[in-house]
Write a protein of this length. Structure first.
Length: 60
C-alpha cells in the first residue's frame, strides 16, 4: 500500500486552532469571565486549508 499525502493541511495562520475565546475582563453574576469567540478569517473556523489542486501554466 502506497502512502498518499493528505488532501488538506493545517492552516498556516491559526496553526490548527481556528476558534479562540478572548476575555473581556468583565465577569458574570456567578463569577465566570465573559469571553468573545474569535474565528480565523483565513480558514473560516475549519483549522485546515485545501492543498492547491495544480499549478496553472500560462503563456506559450
Amino acid at each position: 500500500m502506497m502512502h498518499q499525502p493528505p488532501s488538506t493541511r493545517v492552516c498556516s495562520h491559526c496553526d490548527g486552532f481556528p476558534v479562540v475565546h478572548i476575555t473581556t475582563g468583565a465577569t458574570n453574576p456567578d463569577g465566570q469571565r465573559r469571553t468573545l469567540p474569535a474565528t480565523c478569517p483565513t480558514c473560516k473556523g475549519n483549522g485546515t486549508r485545501a492543498l492547491p489542486t495544480a499549478l496553472v501554466r500560462a503563456g506559450k
